[in-house]
Design a protein around this ligand. Structure first.
Ligand code: ADP
Length: 390
């Protein structure tokens, strides 16, 4: 089945047209700077060079319209469209074929992820209008986390308030955690039902997930994707009292404060250098102490959260690294694994130097196994689309 996977972010829209059986990617590309005066459209076919052009994208509708227009120039067929949806709220514990009811639910929970769900919903709406005969499937980043027990997802706030407004931990990156944990079980040659896994999705945004018997039992992101680890530009866990203190000191609004917490904090805020781990590695190597501190804090937090999930699951069989930093930074993986001595983890430096493949980077006698597994959210979305309506 040929599935068009649409991944609409807050100001970007990525797409891939792929065959779910052969995994062949026929076309892919992205629309950047949606909502700005001028945007960039990139498109490539059959693994060829990406062609880019400047196009204004006032909104997500105009972006998906440009993508479909480009695909119509080709001979490729589309049998279904799979959409990544950041927030499914309390409604979705699985992927769903989009009908009017599903659409209404996606919009109902949109205030929980306003930067994402509205744009994603606009893209779905356009696809439904343009190709009414094609199925659209919504794949939610949060649905994998809906198996969390109440003890893990409940905030220690007045319960009536949380119940009334559905305030709880929802998590993020569920599609990635689902993919790499299933792949890890395959690589270990064991049924996932028998494994305790901890998946570390470390990219621009980062989250860690505890997966017991194939089911998420805890994750580090919360009601929003702001908490947990310090990230590229997001602060991660923070004493709420600091928010009021800084707002009073600078006389700023809550929106301005949230802008600082989302866009000017994390490793960028600590280092004052960059949100990109490659820049931090380079600066730290040149003796920049703040860049080194930002890296040290990130590694410490990953290790600390992993440790808490070992406690939550009463053990762990394997730890997985994935996403931009997890897949590419051997130095970050090595620094994090330094903390895992108590688990009997031993890293093989040769395996840890490899790139771009599913690989076990722990030694054969390591008590707990450690894997690098490149994530593939597009494939999960395409496969779900096929499974539901293929
Ligand atoms: P997103 O959360 O935007 O999907 P990605 O998973 O693509 O992010 O990760 C992007 C991040 O990966 C970059 O900001 C960069 O810090 C990191 N990264 C990519 N390549 C390397 C590398 N070779 N070494 C260290 N970090 C890297």
């Amino acid at each position: 089945m040929n599935v068009l996977v649409v991944n609409a972010g807050s100001s970007s829209l990525k797409y891939q047209l792929l065959d779910t059986d052969t995994r062949e990617v026929f076309a892919k590309g992205n629309c950047e700077r949606i909502g700005s005066e001028m945007g960039i459209f990139g498109h490539s076919e059959n693994g060829g060079t990406k062609q880019t052009e400047e196009v204004p994208f006032p909104d997500h509708r105009s972006a998906i319209a440009r993508v479909l227009e480009e695909l119509e120039k080709t001979d490729f067929t589309i049998d279904g469209i799979g959409h990544r949806i950041v927030q499914g709220g309390w409604h979705f514990d699985d992927s769903a074929v989009v009908d009017d009811e599903v659409m209404a639910k996606i919009l109902e929970v949109a205030p929980l992820a306003p930067l994402h769900n509205y744009g994603e919903a606009a893209a779905i709406e356009y696809c439904r209008e343009k190709y009414p005969e094609l199925p659209n499937v919504a794949v939610f980043d949060t649905s994998f986390h809906m198996t969390m027990p109440e003890v893990a997802y409940t905030y220690a706030l007045p319960k009536d308030v949380c119940d009334k407004y559905h305030v709880r931990k929802y998590g993020a990156h569920g599609t990635s955690h689902r993919y790499v944990s299933a792949r890890c079980a395959e690589l270990m040659g064991k049924p996932i039902e028998e494994l305790k896994l901890i998946s570390c999705h470390m990219g621009n945004g980062s989250s860690i997930c505890a997966i017991d018997g194939g089911k998420c039992v805890d994750t580090s992101m919360g009601f929003t994707p702001l908490v947990g680890l310090p990230m590229g530009t997001r602060c991660g866990d923070l004493d709420a009292g600091v928010i009021q203190f800084i707002m009073n000191k600078y006389g700023i609004s809550i929106d301005e404060m949230l802008n600082i917490l989302n866009k000017k904090s994390g490793v960028l805020g600590v280092s004052g250098v960059s949100s990109d781990f490659r820049d931090l590695d380079a600066a730290a190597a040149e003796g920049n102490d703040r860049a080194q501190l930002a890296l040290d804090m990130f590694h410490y937090w990953v290790a600390k959260v992993v440790g808490s999930y070992v406690a939550a699951m009463n053990g762990v069989d394997a730890i997985i690294f994935t996403a931009g930093v997890g897949e590419n930074s051997k130095s970050s993986r090595a620094a994090i694994a330094e903390y895992f001595g108590y688990l009997g983890v031993k890293i093989d430096p040769v395996a840890n130097s490899k790139r771009g493949e599913d690989i076990m980077i722990s030694t054969p006698d390591s008590k707990v196994k450690v894997f690098v597994i490149p994530t593939n959210e597009e494939l999960v979305i395409a496969r779900d689309t096929k499974a539901i309506c293929g």
